[in-house]
Design a binder for this molecule. Structure first.
Ligand code: BES
Ligand code: MN
Ligand code: ZN
Length: 499
């Protein structure tokens, strides 16, 4: 999608399927748009007077204008002016994107000229995310034309706006959302195809295109490094596990931040097998991996002033005859022995080795992990926020603030000493689960904490937000959400050295 910023009244609606879009606050009529022709202004005013359209959240009205300068006018509701935020614009854009698809709109003029207060790029985000579809496995519908997307978007701004800055910000926003869509695509892909080797190949592809460094450890190399927690999980699967490291290097003396993503490409639960209902959703158990890998798509493009190490421990969790048993004890990379009480608590096992290895090998200044770790976080927060836990308040606060801006909410949960005791091992240093029904999201994090040492660390449990978004117009509930990509990219950019 090409984005252009345009000032002043000179608008040339040359293209065929142009749609003029006017976002509207609730009951904020008459409309202010210099782009509208008089007659349309009257029609839209009538819609308001008759209460057909009031500008409420979720409302939209598309008026086709076959003979006009633009082929349609679309008004979208932003809800109450006082409550308007970037997220309101993003959601309104999601509603608009659905109508663009229906009306086969390819060119959009967005009138923001009377509203310098709008974070316009959020609207672009809503469109790029809202237009995502996943239809690679379906044969095209025989009698309907192929779906099309918006190719050109022109933002109309006031004469006093900083057009160049907005243009750059817009380009950035589009790119970041395309990275998020990349993560959604990896996650949606069927698990018979999206296995650890496929994730590794994807990472290698990023390295090949960008020139950054990619290292992929195989089973033998992992064994000689002592990554037995990860290898224990992989034992039940015919698919070989992969330990993926992708590094963007800025300068030796710059800060290094590590992002680590759980890459279980299918989680059957292993011997502690899951119920059949919804088990297919466990193809999404690599959403943490998808998020950190696709974050790197933007990072290699933007080349920020910091070093970023992206780490993905990837395996399937299956029930083959060599599968790990409940009762097994394994020794992780950092020497900690782990008593496996439930083979379904496998995410923390692969992350244990990944976190310990990352801290030891790359000595990052901070480490953030993303994982679909527990069903418990869904019980606690539903699909509206990810849980965030860690050992560093400042790190957690800065992540929460970024999440608020990007509409990827994080909620800070405690990690008090008492919780840490819940996973003390009976026959080993630590057990891989705590007492049933007690603060599962926290005991999951308490387990991970034992593998990060003193490194500032935050853990995002994204099990509730990685797919099945509820009532978010720019995200379909049938697909992965790409949660974490926009958050991580924006947060990483905020961590750069001051220039
Ligand atoms: N991948 C699951 C977590 C999960 C469950 C994500 C449901 C999304 C929806 C994870 O590996 C898991 O199975 N966790 C267990 C841990 C338990 C055995 C301590 C869980 O949450 O039930
Ligand atoms: Mn599991
Ligand atoms: Zn899992």
């Amino acid at each position: 999608m090409r984005v252009t910023v345009l000032k002043g009244p000179e608008i040339a609606y040359a293209e065929a399927e142009t749609c003029l879009v006017i976002p509207v606050y609730e009951r904020d009529f008459p409309l202010m748009s210099n782009a509208l022709v008089n007659e349309d202004e009257l029609i839209l005013q009538a819609l308001f007077d008759k209460e057909v359209f009031l500008g409420k959240t979720g409302e939209a009205y598309c008026l086709p204008r076959p003979t006009g300068p633009y082929k349609a006018v679309l008004i979208v509701g932003l809800g109450k002016k006082e409550a308007c935020s970037a997220e309101a614009l993003r959601r309104a854009a999601g509603v608009a994107a659905e109508l663009f698809r229906k009306h086969r709109v390819t060119h959009v003029y967005l009138d923001a000229s009377h509203h310098p207060e709008w974070p316009v790029t959020a609207f672009l985000e809503g469109i790029v995310l809202g237009q995502y579809d996943f239809d690679v496995y379906k044969k095209p519908e025989p009698d309907s034309p192929a779906p099309i997307k918006v190719q050109d978007l022109t933002i109309l701004v006031s004469n006093t706006a900083d057009g160049a800055a907005l243009q750059q910000e817009a380009q950035l926003a589009v790119l970041i959302c395309l990275s998020a869509n990349g993560a959604r695509h990896l996650a949606n892909t069927a698990p018979n195809e999206m296995n650890p080797s496929a994730l590794a190949a994807f990472a290698q592809g990023i390295a090949d295109e960008s020139g950054c460094e990619c290292t992929i450890l195989d089973e033998m190399q992992m064994a000689s490094l002592g990554m037995n927690a990860l290898l224990g999980v992989a034992r039940g699967s015919a698919q070989p596990p992969k330990f993926i490291v992708l590094r963007y290097h800025y300068r030796d003396d710059a800060r290094t931040i590590a992002i680590v993503g759980k890459g279980i490409t299918f989680d059957s639960g292993g011997i502690s097998i899951k119920p059949a209902e919804n088990m297919h959703e466990m193809k999404y158990d690599m959403c943490g991996a998808a998020a950190v890998l696709c974050t790197m798509l933007s990072i290699v493009e933007f080349k920020p002033k910091l070093n970023v190490v992206c780490v993905v421990p990837s395996s399937e969790n299956m029930t083959g005859d060599a599968a790990q048993r409940p009762g097994d004890i394994v020794k992780a990379y950092n020497g900690t022995t782990i008593e496996i009480l439930n083979t379904d608590a496998e995410g923390r096992l692969v992350l244990a080795d990944a976190l310990a290895y990352t801290v030891d090998k790359y000595k990052p200044d901070a480490i953030v992990d993303l994982a679909t770790l527990t069903g418990s976080v869904v019980v606690a927060l539903g699909h509206y926020a990810a849980g965030v836990l860690g050992n560093n308040e400042a790190l957690i606060t800065s992540l929460c603030e970024t999440g608020e801006k990007t509409g990827e909410r994080l909620w800070h949960l405690p990690l008090w000493e008492e919780y840490e005791r819940l996973i003390d091992g009976t026959h080993a240093d630590v057990a891989n689960i705590g007492p049933r029904g007690e603060a599962g999201v926290i005991t999951g994090a308490a387990f991970l904490k034992r593998f990060v040492g003193d490194t500032p660390w935050a853990h995002l449990d994204i099990a509730g937000t990685a797919w099945g978004a509820k009532n978010v117009p720019y995200l379909s509930d049938k697909h992965a959400s790409g949660f974490g990509v926009r958050l991580l990219v924006h947060w990483l950019l905020s961590q750069q050295e001051p220039s």
